[in-house]
Design a binder for this molecule. Structure first.
Ligand code: LIP
Length: 257
């Protein structure tokens, strides 16, 4: 599939720019789009790079980016990018961030890539062709009990604190070890790689998850029905997990799988 080669090259090129900028960002600083919602110069630069490259490679395709917006309907071909996922980490000098880029056909992801330039890890998938980490086939974990599982519970200011705390305590009460690393895309990539057994967040944006949901599915993981009407624009809750945890995680989080 030609788009797989293109997307790999694109995220690696963008990643090289992010890595160079990361070293300087603590000097160049950041701004806030909202409470705890960071924006750096690199977010804008990377999104512009992707948009420009797409205009040359796929001029008839549509575009949606976290920073500049775009098409939010179900169209034949839509590229969706989160230029720096984990912006808060990037802005504060924490080397845990990525670019997340996906191609959707009629509203469903068919190619997705998540690239972490600090670890040089490329998580890549195409519908029906499997999921790969740096070219090696990837598969979710076979953990089948929550009391031995590791679960990432995403946090953001878009969700009432009480709801987040209830979600967190439900997962802890079920016996899981919890984490929150600040990048939803890498959180999903780690579920696909079997490094973590589930990722849940009560609200997340479409650009954060478009690549990761496909990558988890192609790594034989289970994901919720994120792509409901309006999801591209409004976002949704997200739950992705190893298959043996699906029933328990759905019961604990209240998110249908
Ligand atoms: C982040 C998400 C994360 C969420 C953060 C933020 P960003 O995306 O990946 O899951 O908890 O609030 O939305 O803003 O770094 O691209």
């Amino acid at each position: 599939m030609q788009e797989m080669a293109w997307i790999e090259n694109m995220v690696r090129t963008a990643g090289a720019h992010m890595k160079k900028a990361f070293a300087k960002t603590t000097e160049s600083g950041f701004s806030l789009k909202g409470q705890q919602d960071y924006l750096t110069q690199t977010d804008g630069e990377v999104e512009a790079m992707v948009k420009q490259a797409l205009c040359l490679a796929y001029p008839n395709d549509s575009f949606l980016g976290e920073e500049t917006g775009g098409v939010t309907e179900s169209v034949p071909r839509l590229w969706i990018v989160d230029p720096v996922d984990g912006t808060a980490n990037f802005a504060r000098g924490v080397p845990h961030f990525c670019i997340s880029l996906a191609l959707l056909e009629f509203g469903l992801p068919v190619v997705g890539a998540i690239y972490d330039p600090m670890r040089d890890e490329l998580f890549l998938a195409a519908k029906g062709r499997g999921a790969f980490l740096n070219g090696e086939r990837m598969r979710v974990s076979d953990v089948h009990r929550l009391d031995v599982a590791s679960v990432e519970v995403g946090w953001n200011k878009r969700v009432p604190t009480s709801d987040y705390l209830s979600q967190l305590s439900a997962v802890i009460e079920a016996g899981a070890a919890i984490r929150r690393a600040g990048s939803g895309a890498l959180g999903l990539a780690y579920v696909a790689a079997g490094r973590c057994d589930a990722y849940v967040e009560l609200h997340i944006n479409s650009w954060d998850v478009a690549a990761g949901l496909l990558i988890v599915t192609e790594a034989s993981g289970v994901v919720n029905d994120f792509w409901t009407p309006g999801a591209l624009n409004r976002g949704n809750p997200v739950l992705a997990c190893a298959p043996n945890l699906a029933t328990e995680m759905s019961a604990v989080t209240g998110i249908a799988l």
